[in-house]
Ligand binder design. Sequence first.
Ligand code: CO
Length: 134
Amino acid sequence: MLGRINHVALAVPDIEKASKAYRDMLGATVSAPQALPEHGVTVVFVELPNSKVELLEPLGEASPIAAFLAKSPDGGMHHICYEVGDILAARDRLIAQGARVLGNGEPKIGAHGKPVLFLHPKDFFGTLIELEQV
Ligand code: CO
């Protein structure tokens, strides 16, 4: 069911500082920051030869990453995103096996314009999983 790793997302308290570190210290190709108010984050894409890293900074009062950064003020790995061919089939298979899908269970359009779902971290060993249909 799982395909490639689409991205790994890191929550960061200061996206300018994090972008500079990835660009200047690590020598990566880093996009300009993009505000995604509907997702409550500002995002920067770090392009790698085999995948992407996304840097996420909270945007607005109800940011979904605010609680994470309150617990981990230096930042940290927030989620990993795996590609799937059919997100509804993947969801139904997971629910049938007792996994919890976050929200109302319906895919939302993610940062790349594709349908995404999130799976409860307690069902997957402490890591928040995003599935993206590609
Ligand atoms: Co993501």
